[in-house]
Design a protein around this ligand. Sequence first.
Ligand SMILES: Cc1cc2nc3c(=O)[nH]c(=O)nc-3n(C[C@H](O)[C@H](O)[C@H](O)COP(=O)(O)OP(=O)(O)OC[C@H]3O[C@@H](n4cnc5c(N)ncnc54)[C@H](O)[C@@H]3O)c2cc1C
Length: 417
Amino acid sequence: MTEAPDQRSPLRLIADADGPQAFALRDYLTRSEVPFLPIMVPRGAAAAAGIDLTGRRLPLVVLPEGAVLEDPNPEQVAAALGWVKPPAQSTYDLIIYGAGPAGLSAAVYAASEGLSVAVVERDAVGGQAGFSSLIENYLGFPGGISGAELAERARRQALSFGAELIVMRYGIARTFRDHDVRARLADGSEIHARAALCATGVQWRRLGLDGEQGFRGAGIYYGAGISEASACIGQHVYVVGGANSAGQAAMNLAAHAAHVTVVVRGPSLSSTMSAYLLDRLAAQSNVTILVHSRVVAVDGDEHLREITLDQAGRTTRVPATHLFVCIGGAPNTEWAATTDVQLDSRGFLLTGVDLASDDLQKWPLDRSPYYLETSVPGIFAAGDVRANSVKRVASAVGEGAMAVTLIHRYLAEGAQR
Ligand SMILES: Cc1cc2nc3c(=O)[nH]c(=O)nc-3n(C[C@H](O)[C@H](O)[C@H](O)COP(=O)(O)OP(=O)(O)OC[C@H]3O[C@@H](n4cnc5c(N)ncnc54)[C@H](O)[C@@H]3O)c2cc1C
């Protein structure tokens, strides 16, 4: 997001290099495309860049106009930048949950076709794409484009057509009844819509190791860790995972780190990673790929210091300060448990032809669900959160656009009643 801050005098982030709070802020600002000047101070330093740190709790965020936020969370920074606003209306034609590629695409198409649209996003705009250093296979960008930039362009496009973005708000439809979707947002506000699109994507899986949570943002990073790459200069870093996201992370980190080791559970990367990425990794002299391998333990103090690798049954402890975990995601559908929206066994939203007759026992209409419609009329799903979807930016964007066409059909049915 670039409209609120003054680009000529960037926001400054003054922080301990190792702190997890600082990581959360760096990560949020990077994914939101906010230019900022990071000033890393050694623990206990008294002053940095002319700012008196006496009695201050780090990290500090100094806004372009000079206001100082002490130890803020990303939501407080977003609020200070003027991005967090309550919904402007109480009723919309369409409410979209999630501002990743699928949600943003649906917002562009729906708003450009005259629907009133609210997009509710709990974090930074861009979803998983915001974690991608360089998307090279999205149509129209022969040199690739960073996920954060793609998201920022889409955000501006959606706003230019009149879509409303309600960011840093967790929200999901609570009740669905006859063309009335009621959604309660985390701030307690409630909005109504005639239809809803769930584009809540997936979130990174954890390794599930003892102590892992304590190193989050302090040596363990989920996703490509774009904001952390420059902190890896001269280091030996580890990437866990065998899919494209791990390949991109390794390539991005290899430009900064002394060495990158990719830890892969399976026998090779050829069935899980795109050929173009595999070729690049193979040609990168400071990347090693360890197959038949897993990270089985993590250790350290306030920061990660060591990991244990299991290589085909043989365990080794190695020093490590940066571990990037890219092992896929679990769908953001915990909200569905209290609704009639049906999920598959892994928690992804079932739609259209994937709904079995058992899933449709409460389906009230004569027609079958549309291709992207869930087991509740008027509640649609698009992108990675949908069962059997292709996990790609282009597919998410395509499904977002397709969902809008189906939503028009659904709304027209209501008008005929
Ligand atoms: C590091 C990385 C690199 C990748 N590289 C590529 C690539 O090169 N090419 C490619 O095609 N694909 C790539 N992908 C995959 C691609 O990014 C995803 O397929 C795509 O982002 C899916 O889009 P989506 O909108 O369905 O979901 P997401 O991108 O997951 O977005 C979902 C959004 O919903 C929000 N949300 C979740 N729950 C709620 C809630 N209850 N209320 C409000 N908001 C909520 C989340 O915060 C998130 O912003 C990559 C993914 C990663 C992680």
